[in-house]
Design a protein. Structure first.
Length: 733
């Protein structure tokens, strides 16, 4: 077996029935493992065995069913195809309108025009055989596969009205009843085609707005970059940039591609990538992200990622993947849509037969044709097919704008239904690296830091790095230590500015016969808070201590409170000892935690909670969190974490900001609510529309639904679903 996947854009799909028909036809071919059509973005996604079926075979199946497969490599190409379709619809609508208006005027207001029916016939030809030919071509191709779609409904409905009118024009005796000449319905066929084209044009315009977030993301990246090459500054296309190139960025310019600053400082607006409104201060050694906006300073940076590996391209890919997947609720709608058109055809035929049998003789044929056409036209499941994917597209786009990257639609639907959140401690609740939290000394603070940080300058230990990093933003110039010695896991010793400086844990200092009595009480208090204490001695005399800990992220406490307010049970996991776990959990307000847990056992904890009937969200950032992220009902990775954690998750929170989790839950609730509203309106519309179109109100109120009004209602139902989905963009997270 040689399993492959490929995706392709499909021109000509106009309803969920079209999508379901393509899915069904492709899925039944040998070698196809899975076929999924996303109607909203008009794409087919196929998993297949290339030894049994090829891409060309799949394209031929699409062509044979009356649709056009188009390979696209860039998201911008989808936009171009959407615009092309919009213009074609616009042109056909103009043709249709130009000929339909006189048909409508003559039919309704000029009763005794000579050769009236003949004139109506010739005026209708461009509408039926030019503007509306697409419906008949696709309906005929669907018939070859013994399937039906929306085009079938339109073609049969308008075709019936047109053929009935043609026969009545050229052979009126066929339908004569009691000497009365039959009525013609050219205006019905023409107006229906015009209104459907109008509705599709509105729908295409509205649907294109659901791509807004994707268009913004694509438009973030500049086309060119200014680089230094052989000492000369020149401008090149970003496609020609390579890793290790040096790029120059000036104030007000967008950063072309990902890199690390090697010279200069600046404030950078990263809001479109992270959702954070405050500019980020960047200095030498800091990473910058392509597509973000440089606000103030000028700087140079070294390129570290190009092409599809950049943060922006990964975000675009993740948003696309989310829009390509189906939420569980959509599968239900797809199932109904797949059988809907056939059911409607049966109902329409039954409607025709009932009116032929029971209506008065002088009206039975006219009423049977009118109601037959009305049922076919009003019942189109277009709104049903758009209900879920348009909401998913807008929701995932809004998430991307707020630094919440959703990889699949199922996670978006499940998220707000969850009742338990499991949080990894390190890198999720805490920053994931040691940080100086407390300093106590009996000498000048800057002088104490000078000796402490100068000593640790050559150490590779994370705690030493934290001490050195603590003075980076202070006006302290460090010295190079002499005779540096490192004692693994215990401490360091060196000569700084002709003084012997020693730093380490309690045991290391006492081994060197230095009394810590002066700071013993403070040290015990810090030990109780689960902090690591570094004792610092100068010339064999204790001069102070520095407490280091994996500091809690500034937003963690707020995030935990927000999650509790949403009635979630919260559990913290950590490999640290119980004392450290107790300290961290109490600081952020978590009452339940599991300490001393091995990395491989995190997934077991998730499964154990799931076995109690809970729906679990797991948030983590490390390689050791990946199995637990996969096991959870929804896995959430911190954007500051490892690639494997991000790849194993369903949702990624940019910058590792835990408060974005509550925003993601609100987004999930809003999106799912919109989907349910859309489906409700679509179902209600069809449930009420079909009986009215069939004429159930006629015996009570003498009302029949004109096929023209049926066409207008059908078109507006699709537009209303898309418009309702677009309301999601106004949701405040």
């Amino acid at each position: 077996m040689d399993i492959k996947t490929f995706e392709i854009y499909i021109e000509g799909m106009h309803c969920a029935g079209c999508a379901a028909g393509i899915e069904t036809e492709i899925a039944k071919h040998k070698g196809v493992q899975q076929a999924n059509v996303n109607f909203a973005i008009k794409k087919l996604f196929v998993t297949y065995d290339s030894n049994l079926i090829s891409q060309e075979n799949i394209k031929k199946i699409i062509l044979d069913k009356g649709y056009t497969p188009k390979e696209i490599t860039e998201v911008s190409e989808t936009k171009d195809l959407e615009e092309k379709e919009f213009k074609e619809l616009q042109f056909n609508l103009i043709i249709s309108t130009v000929f339909t208006v006189p048909v409508l005027i003559i039919s309704m207001f000029i009763m005794h025009l000579p050769y009236k029916n003949l004139i109506l016939f010739f005026l209708s030809l461009p509408v039926i055989f030019w503007a509306g030919k697409q419906f008949y071509i696709r309906a005929f191709k669907a018939l070859k596969y013994f399937s039906a779609n929306m085009d079938t409904l339109i073609a049969v409905g308008t075709g019936s009205a047109f053929i009935f009118s043609v026969v009545s024009t050229f052979m009126p005796h066929v339908f004569e009843i009691s000497g009365q000449k039959p009525h013609v319905y050219y205006e019905v066929a023409d107006v229906i085609i015009t209104l459907i084209l109008f509705g599709r044009m509105l729908e295409a315009g509205a649907r294109s707005r659901t791509f807004l977030a994707m268009k913004k993301l694509i438009g973030l990246q500049p086309k060119t970059a200014r680089i230094i090459q052989d000492g000369i500054e020149k401008e090149i296309s970003i496609d020609d940039l390579k890793v290790e190139d040096t790029v120059i960025v000036r104030p007000g310019e967008k950063i072309p591609i990902d890199g690390v600053i090697i010279e200069g400082t600046s404030s950078i607006d990263e809001s479109m990538i992270t959702g954070e409104s405050m500019p980020a201060t960047k200095k030498t050694g800091d990473e910058v992200v392509g597509g973000t906006l440089n606000l103030s300073g000028s700087f140079r940076y070294r390129v570290i990622r190009v092409g599809s590996n950049t943060v922006l391209q990964q975000i675009i890919r993740m948003v696309q993947e989310a829009q390509n997947t189906k939420a569980p609720i959509q599968r239900f709608a797809d199932l109904i849509s797949g059988y809907f058109v056939t059911a409607v055809m049966i109902i329409a035929v039954l409607t025709f037969l009932v009116w032929i049998i029971f209506a008065p003789a002088e009206t039975r044929l006219s009423y049977a044709v009118i109601n037959f056409v009305s049922v076919l036209i009003i019942a189109c499941p277009c709104a049903l097919g758009l209900a879920t994917p348009t909401a998913i597209m807008v929701g995932t786009g809004l998430g991307a704008e707020n630094g919440i990257l959703i990889k699949n639609a199922a996670a978006l639907e499940i998220l707000y239904k969850a009742d338990t959140i499991i949080l990894d401690k390190t890198g999720t609740i805490t920053k994931g690296k040691p940080e100086v939290t407390d300093i106590f000394t009996d000498m000048d603070l800057n002088e104490f830091l000078y000796y402490s940080a100068s000593l640790e300058k050559l150490s590779e230990h994370p705690i030493a790095h934290a001490i050195v990093e603590n003075v980076n933003d202070k006006d302290i110039i460090l010295s190079y230590p002499q005779d540096f010695q490192s004692f693994s896991g215990r401490g360091t010793k060196a000569v700084v500015n002709e003084k012997t400086v020693l730093a380490g844990n309690k045991e290391f200092v006492e081994e060197n016969k230095i009394s810590i009595e002066k700071y013993a009480e403070k040290a015990e208090k810090l030990f109780d808070e689960a902090k690591t204490v570094v004792f610092v001695a100068i010339n064999n005399e204790i001069k102070g201590l520095i407490a280091v800990a994996d500091a809690i992220k500034p937003d963690s406490k707020k995030a935990v409170k927000e999650l509790e307010d949403l009635n979630f049970d919260i559990i913290m996991l950590t490999g640290d000892n119980r004392k450290t776990a107790q300290n961290i959990s109490s600081q952020v307000g978590i009452t339940s935690f599991v300490a001393n847990i091995m990395p491989q056992d995190k997934a077991k904890v998730v499964k154990k909670v799931q076995n109690t009937g809970k729906t679990v969200i797991m948030a983590g950032d490390g390689i050791n969190d990946a199995p637990a992220l996969v096991q959870a009902d929804v896995g959430i990775a911190m954007g500051t974490g490892t690639d494997i954690a991000i790849e194993s998750s369903d949702i990624t929170l940019m910058q590792g900001n835990l408060t974005k989790l509550t925003k993601a839950i609100k987004l999930s609730k809003a999106t799912t609510s919109t989907i349910k509203q859309n489906l409700f309106f679509a179902f209600i519309y069809n449930t009420l529309g079909i009986p009215i179109a069939a004429g159930v109100l006629y015996p009570f109120f003498g009302i029949l639904l004109s096929p023209m009004f049926a066409a207008l209602a059908m078109s507006l139902s699709s537009v209303s679903v898309v418009t309702n989905s677009l309301r999601l963009r106004r949701v405040k997270l």
